[in-house]
Design a protein around this ligand. Structure first.
Ligand SMILES: *[C@@H]1O[C@H](CO)[C@@H](O)[C@H](O)[C@H]1NC(C)=O
Length: 187
């Protein structure tokens, strides 16, 4: 029994190396502030590392979720918010950690363009809270038309929001991406 199971266990350990998820893109240079204290709101985090936010419904998220609630009265009924104040994310456990990210495919089914085959390094400096009106108001439940995966509203999906400056390094697609994710030490 033990010997029969061994090759399978070895194979699963090798295959379990990475995770999958999705990414949207954000311009941290114009954002002005981030959830992780001690980090600057800039796309370039030095040493060739790009800024990223992690969605608080992501399996990779650690620590308590951002401290909000979903309140449809904050939504304008067509994808936007009237009261756009977001929750605090003081317990985000992944702040300052790095991931190697590569493109797996277009998330929106784009037929022209391709993944670059290149991996980039991102550092988590921000959060993408599922209970932020700028996110949940975009879903069809509140009159928006955005895929829940593309506004940090899909439970069980690792959702990154990576610096716009990383877009062309990952792929030549115009929109959002399915990604491969590997936890690494920051270089
Ligand atoms: C709702 O908000 C969105 C995003 O800000 C905006 O584009 C849209 O015009 C607003 N709609 C209404 C009806 O106010």
């Amino acid at each position: 029994m033990f010997f029969a199971a061994l090759p399978f266990l070895l194979a699963s350990a090798l295959l379990a190396k990475g995770d999958s998820g999705v990414t949207t893109f954000n311009d941290y240079d114009s954002q002005g502030g981030v959830a992780c204290s001690g980090f600057g709101s800039s796309n370039d985090q030095g040493n060739g590392i790009y800024a990223a936010a992690l969605g608080d419904l992501s399996p990779l998220w650690t620590g308590p979720k951002c401290a909000g609630s979903i309140d449809g009265s904050k939504c304008n009924g067509s994808g936007g918010c009237n009261d756009c104040t977001g929750p605090s994310c003081a317990g985000e456990g992944q702040c300052g950690l790095c991931f190697s990210i590569s493109c797996a495919s277009s998330l929106d089914g784009e037929t022209s363009g391709s993944c670059s085959g290149q991996s980039i390094v991102v550092k988590v400096i921000d959060a993408c809270p599922s209970e932020h009106p700028e996110n949940y108001c975009k879903t069809s439940q509140f009159g928006g038309n955005i895929n829940p995966k593309e506004c940090c509203e899909a439970p069980g999906v690792n959702a990154f929001d990576i610096a716009t400056s990383a877009r062309s390094a990952l792929s030549s697609y115009q929109g959002n991406l399915n990604i491969n994710i590997e936890s690494i030490s920051c270089p």
